[in-house]
Write a protein that binds this ligand. Structure first.
Ligand SMILES: NC(=O)c1ccc[n+]([C@@H]2O[C@H](COP(=O)([O-])OP(=O)(O)OC[C@H]3O[C@@H](n4cnc5c(N)ncnc54)[C@H](O)[C@@H]3O)[C@@H](O)[C@H]2O)c1
Length: 271
């Protein structure tokens, strides 16, 4: 197998356990010859199994709360001290307080909503702004964040995460412009199929929209391992001219109207 990331260095945010999309990205990136630092919120260090992943990938772990400039500065400074400038960064972070506390969208708590935006979207701008100011990215580097189609379409119970994802995708476009101009760094979001992870299955009715998307997509739902393959391609030199895009990785779901399988479910059996 040709190694697409030989010699490339990066930071991977958001590996909590082996179901995490970021966990799968770390394994694939390692397989493709990359070296990277793993990071997650200090609290997730205690809950998750990131130490096992670090051993598998021979990677250092540097904790950072993605809402803290101080933590992120420390992370980026240490990464640059270890590797020199970086070639790739994965933002794989999401958390909604209103969803977690089962607060209805029509009765939202705005303090929690601010916190959700801070963790799930503004953290992406924060990371990019620090990388930009510290000139921490190599020319033709690649920054990727994970998003979901609720940014464009409505899914009951996805709640304020929908607006978080819209904001995240907009940050990718806006910062992608500025980063592209200074040193050809590309910034994209991957809009991933519903995936059985801690963050995913925390959303109410997740099983229903997981199964619905699976039945609507000609290729079925994309799993975390195939999302990891896509991330590797975006970190590699094979996608150097792709930037400021929201890229659907969803087995075709986003362009479907209705599938034969769904038609059979909804057909009026009386007529
Ligand atoms: N699972 C899905 O169905 C799905 C679909 C599309 C997009 N996504 C997105 O993929 C990304 C990764 O989620 P996942 O499904 O792998 O679930 P996950 O729960 O494994 O990952 C979410 C991560 O965010 C981290 N995090 C939360 N608060 C943080 C903070 N303050 N600072 C730093 N890290 C913090 C968690 O510790 C965790 O590692 C998220 O952006 C999610 O919205 C998930």
């Amino acid at each position: 197998m040709s190694k697409l990331l030989e010699g490339k260095k990066g930071i991977i945010f958001g590996a909590l356990d082996e179901k995490s999309i970021a966990w799968q990205v770390a394994l694939k990136a390692k397989e493709h010859g990359a070296e990277f630092i793993l990071t997650n919120a200090p609290i997730a260090m205690r809950m998750g199994a990131i130490n096992d992943l670090a051993k598998l990938c021979d990677a250092e772990i540097i904790p950072a709360d993605a809402t803290s400039n101080e933590d992120l500065e420390n992370l980026i400074d240490q990464a640059v001290a270890k590797f020199g400038k970086l070639d790739f960064v994965l933002h794989s972070i999401g958390m909604s307080l209103n969803v977690r506390k089962k607060k209805a969208y029509t009765d939202i708590n705005y303090d929690w909503m601010h916190k959700t935006f801070d963790i799930s979207a503004i953290s992406f701008h924060r990371v990019m702004q620090l990388l930009y100011k510290k000139e921490a990215m190599n020319d033709w580097g690649s920054i990727v964040a994970l998003t979901y189609m609720a940014a464009q379409r409505t899914f009951p119970d996805y709640s304020e995460m929908a607006e978080s994802k819209s904001l995240l995708e907009s940050f990718a476009r806006s910062f992608g412009y500025h980063f592209g101009l200074v040193n050809k760094v590309r910034v994209n979001t991957i809009s991933q199929s519903p995936t059985m992870t801690t963050a995913g299955s925390g959303v109410g009715g997740f099983d229903a929209f997981y199964n619905y998307a699976d039945k609507m997509s000609p290729l079925g739902n994309a799993d975390a391992a195939s999302c990891a393959d896509y991330c590797v391609s975006l970190f590699s030199d094979l996608t150097r001219m792709v930037t400021m895009q929201n890229l659907f990785h969803d087995g075709g779901f986003s362009n479907m109207g209705i599938s034969q399988e769904a038609m059979e479910i909804f057909a009026d059996k009386q007529s």
